[in-house]
Design a protein around this ligand. Structure first.
Ligand SMILES: [Zn+2]
Length: 266
């Protein structure tokens, strides 16, 4: 009888050990999952998306369009709204306010309607016809374009990872396209040979006088991380555009120059 009791006690304590061990394993798993989710959220932060695939972990949750910088990087968005930077590592800051209107068959920031109208009218006087094929694009549209590009590459038989990296070179991942600012426009369709047209030559000579710049020049591809796009123009205001043209600086370089000169003059 006593032996019987002892046996039961032993079995029970063995059970207890197993239960404690299971509990420990579960706890470890929870901690591991939490840590993993945190890293995942941080990674996604660099390229936030507006899609439902955004991580749900709360701490590092990023809202679409929120400005995010890689840790340790000292970058200051200029106070001037016309110089807002959205590129492969900077998303639209929360503080950026705009009113999107529909003009010239596209959506755009209301503040660039008149500058574009003036440029278009001036071009017309020189018998140059400018029209727009794209202006403001929200993250949802960008996500769609991006996904379609990945799919197109994936269908060629390469790995999914390769398809993603190839797609990212031709279509900006959501949150990183300048079209979300409403200050960027694609002129006369997205033509590969637009750089050789008389319309492009007119723009090269005059765009800065209306506040527009060629955003992704041939000789700045290593800085912009975007291949040469002859059709993509960005509004930055007349004074900045003229200065950028004069100094041959792309927006990334000019913001650096602008910020340094701002601090130097104070
Ligand atoms: Zn564009």
């Amino acid at each position: 009888m006593y032996q019987e009791k002892n046996k039961i006690r032993k079995t029970l304590s063995a059970f207890a050990v197993v239960i404690v061990e299971l509990a420990l394993m579960a706890a470890t798993t929870v901690v591991f999952v939490m840590a993993f989710e945190h890293v995942d959220a941080k990674n996604t932060e660099a390229k936030p998306t507006a899609s439902s695939s955004a991580p749900s972990s709360s701490a590092a949750q990023s809202s679409p369009g929120r400005s995010s910088q890689p840790a340790g990087q000292q970058f200051k968005q200029p106070d001037d709204w016309r110089l807002v930077l959205v590129n492969y590592e900077h998303t639209l800051p929360d503080t950026f306010e705009s009113k999107i209107v529909h003009e010239f068959n596209v959506d755009m920031d209301s503040r660039i309607v008149e500058p574009f109208r003036q440029m278009r009218d001036a071009a017309l006087k020189d018998d140059i016809h400018l029209w727009l094929s794209s202006g403001y694009r929200n993250d949802e549209k960008q996500q769609k374009l991006y996904s379609e590009e990945i799919e197109a590459f994936y269908k060629t038989g390469i790995s999914y990872e390769d398809a993603v990296s190839k797609a990212a070179k031709s279509v900006a991942p959501p949150g990183t396209s300048e079209h979300i600012t409403g200050l960027a426009v694609d002129v006369n369709g997205v033509l590969e040979d637009f750089g050789g047209t008389k319309e492009f030559h007119w723009l090269s000579e005059h765009a800065q006088d209306y506040g527009f710049i060629l955003r992704y020049p041939m000789d700045k591809q290593d800085i912009t991380h975007i291949k040469y796009e002859a059709w993509h123009f960005r509004y930055v205001g007349v004074e900045h555009a003229r200065k950028m043209k004069e100094l041959n600086l792309c927006l990334e370089e000019y913001i650096d120059y602008f910020n340094k000169n701002q601090t130097a003059s104070h």
